[in-house]
Write a protein that binds this ligand. Sequence first.
Ligand code: 48F
Length: 255
Amino acid sequence: MIGNISDLEVTRLIVQDYFRTLQDSVESDVIIVGGGPSGLVAGYTLAEQGKKVVIMEKKLSPGGGIWGGGKGFNKVVLERGVGDILREIGVGATEVDGYLVVPAVLLAAGLIKKTVESGAVLLNLFAVEDVYFNEERELAGVVVNDTAYKMTSLHVDPLTFKSRIVMDSTGHDAVVVNCLAKRGIVELKGEDTMNAQMGEQAVIEGTKEIYPGLIVTGMACAQVHGTCRMGPIFGGMLLSGKKAAQIAMEKLGCT
Ligand code: 48F
């Protein structure tokens, strides 16, 4: 016997711990929508500087587009210039011809571990479906539902979470930007064709506050600015997360 186990106690412990975390997450400094590479880097970088960060991920597993590598071949490639970030998250890489090659699952696992240990709250099965605007008509958070309800089209109303800053880190979907674009508040150009050289640089340059309180990261930048998509090369995503965290720190009056 490894111990005395009460099924009811297991239930109680999960409910207590989860809802304590959830109650504390209702208001935060930064809500990051999407737990892909750019969102996770932004999340842990801000949390390590003492900011209250809530990351909402609609799937069971954070990590976004990392897991599958290229066409399901689960390796990813990164530029040599992001070696420091890999060291920061404790992920080793093989250097080949000036590139870094990393097992996709190791990169995803390393980013997730670093993020959780930083103190950022990671809420999975959280599907953001709209933005929240306060009475002054300022962006002040997001409206979110349970992924299972969205998938089964059950009519269940969503809940509101407030934050001083929202990040759209939802990759190709650009979910938060789309919520503003469909109301004519911002313009969404749509990403251009594949070119890693052009796309990587453009993602970093396109990481910006595109509307008061809304910062875009990663592939959502390509959707907003109409720049190139790219394949399984991830240095730009990690650097986009770093830049987004810096912009958020400035906005929060911390630099
Ligand atoms: O797509 P994703 O990995 O975003 P990223 O940080 O990185 C892009 C690369 O993975 C890759 C690429 C470059 O190498 O082309 O695509 O820009 O992660 C986005 C995350 O957002 C989640 C989604 O499940 C994924 O994990 N997401 C999407 N819609 C929602 C969402 C939503 N409505 N609510 C919450 N999360």
